[in-house]
Design a protein around this ligand. Structure first.
Ligand code: MG
Ligand code: ZN
Length: 366
């Protein structure tokens, strides 16, 4: 009897091996990625994702990811992180205090994954729906002992050779207390600098022979409900642009859906949902690229959850009954979605800083 069972198991296994390309998939998975795209939905906890999913016909592009993990989002000085410490954990691989932008608990600058990519000859970029000097994008390129120092952050965009950045905050670069014009300095470095006033974002020529800075607003861009719709399109264009600029050594791109968080702070479910849908469309374009490319690792996560958001009894898919426990962030575990070469490293439960460690390891940076 035992023999029969063993035989049939063996038969099953060999049958599976014949039917499924297990070996090919395994060897492909073991190749490191050439490019990494890190997508951050600021304030996007599991409930934000659930609300986005149900109100979108029970479907999201996030479902295309087969590897899902969870990270522990807390800061060094508080179980509830802010976006500065949260982004610094991904960018620099350190737990730091709330308000810290790219600096450690002693306020010393720590090199970011974007800066490492730049130093290693990769192309780099950031696209955000907040001002580009806001805590999340700033933590990848700036080093400040406290957040909201927009003018200081803007000046630090000259410290790397970032190939592309798109977001709000034109006035922090051009109308400054120190009288400097950072856009002019960027132009002197060879950048094409443009903004919403000079040309609509949909008309922006993305010439991969030159680095590009594009300001989507003077300060913070408007909401998706008010008509802001550039994140999906610019995500699509940015990956092609960086693929070309990084054709030798690869690229690193950070894409942020900033305002999911702001919907949580406002305790407005509709705000969260429209921003979730906008972010998920961007995820869809990035996944289309990554599936065709085969050399790109895509990671989608959040810095923290915002609002203590819940979907309660009486909800239907079309009409959610929601509630909030706070107008600030919470300490929930946060989902991490990964696709592409190296994605298998992102299953399980780990610290938010491990996302940096895994990216650095997969890039092979010293
Ligand atoms: Mg943010
Ligand atoms: Zn927030």
């Amino acid at each position: 009897m035992k023999k029969t069972i063993l035989l049939s198991i063996a038969f099953c296994c060999s049958f599976l091996a014949c039917e499924m390309p297990l070996e090919t998939e395994t060897s492909k998975k073991n190749d490191p990625p050439k490019n990494i795209i890190l997508m951050i939905g600021d304030g996007m906890g599991v409930t934000q994702i659930s609300a986005g999913l149900y109100t979108n016909g029970n479907k999201l592009h996030l479902e295309r990811f087969k590897v899902v993990g969870l990270h522990k989002s807390y800061a060094s000085n508080d179980l509830v992180t802010d976006s500065a410490a949260g982004a610094t954990a991904f960018a620099c691989g350190i737990k730091t205090y709330n308000g810290a932008v790219g600096v450690d608990t002693d306020t010393m600058p720590v090199k970011s994954i974007l800066e490492m990519a730049d130093e290693n000859g990769l192309a780099t970029g950031m696209v955000s729906t907040s001002t580009i000097t806001h805590a999340t994008p700033a933590s990848f390129i700036c080093h400040q002992n406290k957040r909201k120092q927009h003018q200081k952050n803007a000046a630090q965009f000259l410290d790397t050779d970032i190939d592309l950045f798109v977001g709000g905050g034109k006035e922090h670069f051009e109308k400054r207390e120190d009288g400097k014009n950072i856009s002019d300095s960027l132009k002197a470095k060879g950048y094409v600098v443009s903004d919403f006033f000079q040309e609509p974002i949909k008309d922006v020529k993305m010439d991969p022979t030159k680095p590009l800075a594009y300001y989507t607003a003077n300060t913070d861009p408007v909401t998706a409900a008010e008509g802001r719709d550039y994140l999906p399109g610019m995500s699509k264009k940015s990956v092609s642009f960086l693929k070309e600029r990084g054709k030798e050594k690869g690229f690193f791109l950070m894409i942020e859906g900033s305002q999911i968080d702001w919907g949580g702070h406002a305790n407005e479910s509709d705000y969260i949902i429209t921003e979730m849908h906008d972010f998920d469309k961007a995820v869809g374009h990035v996944m289309d690229f990554a599936e065709a490319d085969g050399e790109t690792l895509v990671i989608v996560t959040a810095d923290h959850e915002t609002g203590g958001y819940a979907i309660n009894k009486g909800s239907t898919m079309d009409s959610l009954v929601t509630a909030f426990t706070t107008d600030y962030h919470t300490a929930d575990l946060i989902p991490v979605f990964a696709y592409g070469p190296g994605a298998e490293n992102f299953g399980g439960i780990y610290e938010n800083t491990a996302i940096f460690d895994k990216m650095k390891m997969l890039y092979g940076f010293e």
